[in-house]
Write a protein that binds this ligand. Sequence first.
Ligand SMILES: C[S@@+](CC[C@H](N)C(=O)[O-])C[C@H]1O[C@@H](n2cnc3c(N)ncnc32)[C@H](O)[C@@H]1O
Length: 264
Amino acid sequence: MDAFSSLQRSIEKLVRIRCSSYKEDYIKRRILSRMRLTKNESYEEYHKYLLATPQEVDLLRNALTINVTKFFRDPEVYTVLRQEILSSLIQKRGTVRIWCAGCATGEEPYSFAILAHDLLEAKPGASVSIYATDIDREVLRKAAEGVYDRRAVEQVGERELRKHFTARDDGMFEVKPHIKDLVRFRHHDLMSEIPAARYVDVVSCRNVTIYFSEKQKNDLARLFHSALLPGGYYVMGKTEYLGREVEHLFSPFNSAQKILTKKS
Ligand SMILES: C[S@@+](CC[C@H](N)C(=O)[O-])C[C@H]1O[C@@H](n2cnc3c(N)ncnc32)[C@H](O)[C@@H]1O
């Protein structure tokens, strides 16, 4: 077995990531970046380093999952969003603005759009705009295409799948235009200190800040606070948290689902 295949085997076992679910080129790029950072010159050398360095397992996992996402990731969050947040915003306001920050390949903003579309059907005249941003232009290109494999849509119910996606002959699922029309994709760096959208009712920034320093996380919380309308919602990833310095800016809305509301 060659050095790369043998390394992949260990990655499957230690990192518990199925390398075959990714393009080989993607896996190689991420491993090479870890090799550069850890000053290992060959796959063989890096393989030995990985086996001898437990913390590298986590760092490699993070490097490999940097763009990982799926439709309705953590479905409980979407249940709260639909039942307790979006339905009342659409009823009360009529115009609802959502910013999905760090949207990767688009599954998260399209999940919001699916929820919103079904609620809008019950409230003629209301509208929802979803601003979806990411720093990676390549993922934004894929997001705008809106074509996904079966794994990405496994949390989408059969009824929603038929209603909002076109099943293609090659086994892929394409988001239908009535959902695409609710989402605008744009390049934006969350560290730029300028919000990509203002006067928004909801900011969803999930599984993005795990690579950010404490200062960057705090600056980002301030940025979201300035972008949100009074009483607006900030949805964080399940493993993310608000730093002490910025705790006073938000109140908990649903602690289990990491949803906060803006204090004015
Ligand atoms: C793991 S994905 C999260 C996708 C989605 N939010 C979810 O929870 O499923 C993290 C995304 O954050 C983006 N990202 C990382 N740093 C960023 C930055 N400074 N500005 C904007 N996006 C960034 C990455 O390009 C990647 O697409």
